[in-house]
Ligand binder design. Structure first.
Ligand code: CA
Length: 230
């Protein structure tokens, strides 16, 4: 699905122009005319990026920005601040409030779309960092190293791939077939039972200390999940 851009702008013609240009470039959009409205919309459907006007009625763009940065779900949301002011001190204030980029009005729609593209690209790279972490397990995908609570975990390449798949979506149950597809590339000569064998090895490897909790949940008839809630 195309990324969703939230436009927070109280002046309808400006919001409309931005919406038109972003949609023409393939994005989905939502328009909020006040900060309050913006925060409500974000709670319903978190956008992939927000363009926030500084001058809004009641809650200012800066306040909206701070609220978004304080929210668990939105603390990493890419934000472009939009403003008629261009002074250095305002720019600094905007960036300090948590905006990632800053565009001064009047701006060209093409420039705005380019900024949106660039910021989404940057945050994609940030999001796919080479470190994955869950419940004390840290995977370094580049160095192919795994630790649990600081203790090294030694994994075969297949077990590593298995853990990498599970840690991507903690709590979600992966069926054997799905794991076969992700880890063994859908090799038709690998039996589903092979998955069980590797899950057992992975469990043993993750037991770095005696009595360490078993983080891999078996769901009878469904598959496996990495899960610390039990
Ligand atoms: Ca405004």
């Amino acid at each position: 699905m195309a990324p969703l851009i939230l436009i927070v702008e109280d002046e309808a013609p400006l919001a409309e122009m931005l919406r038109y240009n972003l949609e023409k470039s393939g994005y989905r959009t939502q328009v909020a005319h006040s900060g309050e409205d913006a925060l409500q919309r974000v709670a319903i459907e978190p956008p992939d990026l927000a363009v926030v006007d500084w001058m809004l009625p009641e809650r200012s763009g800066i306040e909206v920005c701070r609220s978004l940065r304080a929210g668990e779900e939105t603390k990493r949301l890419p934000i472009i601040m939009l403003t008629a002011r261009g002074e250095e001190s305002d720019r600094v204030l905007g960036l300090e409030a948590g905006a990632d980029d800053y565009v001064v009005k009047p701006y060209s729609p093409r420039e705005m779309v380019a900024r949106v593209n660039a910021l989404l690209r940057r945050s994609d790279i940030r999001g796919s960092a080479t470190l994955k972490e869950y419940a004390g397990i840290v995977m370094d995908l580049e160095a192919h190293r795994v630790t649990r609570d600081g203790n090294p975990v030694h994994l075969s390449p297949k077990c590593f791939r298995l853990l990498e798949t599970l840690i991507d979506r903690p709590g979600i149950v992966f069926s054997r077939d799905k794991l076969l597809g992700r880890v063994w590339g859908g090799d038709v000569f690998v039996e589903p039972r092979t998955v069980d064998v590797h899950i057992r090895r992975l469990r043993e490897a993750l037991e770095v200390e005696k009595g360490a909790s078993n983080l891999i949940r078996t769901v009878r008839g469904a598959g496996y999940a990495l899960d610390e809630r039990r």
